[in-house]
Design a binder for this molecule. Structure first.
Ligand SMILES: C[S@@+](CC[C@H](N)C(=O)[O-])C[C@H]1O[C@@H](n2cnc3c(N)ncnc32)[C@H](O)[C@@H]1O
Length: 277
């Protein structure tokens, strides 16, 4: 039996390159203005801007920012050969955008995580400066679209296996095991709506969309989890022997329940949010 809810079979499938799939979804939601100025906050390798320029056939002026210089170089490389488009990339923090007030017609913001703005478990506002900064650089009547995680069942399963392993090998205290970070910013519809309202957004539309991802083998699942479920490496101090020990002891039975027609299938749920200034 698969552990995902009963309707899993009907969920849309995302590929291992799910960032591109979600970028396309985000852009569908974003109401982009042809020939407008678009800012992509936390651009990574520029995936959302690729989806945006595809949709607008290149009729847009794109700016991508990311606080990670390596990601900014990757984005520049990706756009190097797309010569019909003006795209500029800068190393910059979302909380301190070096743009004038009211600069952009559209803002895209995929998966930067707002756990530093709002405690999504305790339902408490922490400091909403990042969302307010995004709002500041949007033009009046400008529109912003966000995507953020609601659930990554594959990563949570990896954390569960790690917790069992730490207990088995007596490597951490119960308290440390119980409080292991989940490896991603898990957010909620209510919390996300609240931080958007607090920043000043109007006409907010927000919804959660469920998808499924299928890994063709245990090995493929594990290789992906070694990267994205970063808490495994961090907790085990990058010790490859311990990671191998974890793998040997916890797999395959640890994910056997997720096997469905030859694929290991997990739910990924994303919150898509839209707001206008
Ligand atoms: C998970 S990636 C997603 C990339 C892309 N937006 C997408 O949807 O595929 C998140 C990116 O946001 C960047 N990021 C996270 N917080 C940021 C911040 N406060 N300021 C600037 N960039 C940030 C990270 O460096 C990373 O490249």
């Amino acid at each position: 039996m698969n552990q995902i809810d009963d309707n899993t079979n009907n969920l849309p499938v995302v590929s291992l390159d799910y960032w591109s799939d979600f970028a396309k979804e985000l852009v569908k939601f974003a109401n982009l203005k042809p020939n407008g100025r678009i800012l992509d906050v936390g651009t990574g390798s520029g995936t959302c801007l690729v989806a945006a320029t595809d949709k607008l056939g290149g009729n847009c002026h794109c700016v991508g920012i990311d606080w990670n210089e390596t990601r900014v170089s990757q984005a520049r490389d990706k756009f190097k050969n797309i010569d019909t488009i003006t795209a500029k990339f800068h190393t910059m923090e979302a909380i301190n955008l070096k743009f004038e007030d009211n600069s952009f017609d559209n803002i895209l913001c995929g998966f930067i995580g707002f756990g530093d703005s709002y405690d999504f478990e305790k339902h408490q506002l922490i400091d909403n400066a990042k969302m307010k900064e995004i709002f500041r650089v949007l033009k009046p009547e400008g529109e912003a679209a966000f995507s953020t995680w609601a659930l990554q069942q594959d990563i949570e399963t990896a954390r569960g296996l790690l917790q069992r392993y730490l207990k088995l090998r007596n490597l951490k205290t119960k308290n440390q095991i119980d409080n292991l970070h989940i490896s991603y910013s898990k957010e909620t519809l209510d919390g996300f709506k609240l931080i958007m309202e607090d920043a000043g957004f109007k006409k907010i539309k927000i919804s959660e969309k469920k998808f499924k991802i299928g890994y063709k083998s245990i090995e493929e699942w594990w290789e992906t989890m070694e990267i994205v479920a970063w808490i495994m490496r961090r907790t085990l101090n990058n010790d490859s022997n311990k990671l191998l020990d974890l793998k040997k002891n916890m797999l395959p039975h640890g994910i056997a329940n997720f096997e469905n027609k030859g694929r290991y299938t997990f739910q990924k749920s994303v919150i898509f949010a839209y707001g206008a200034k």
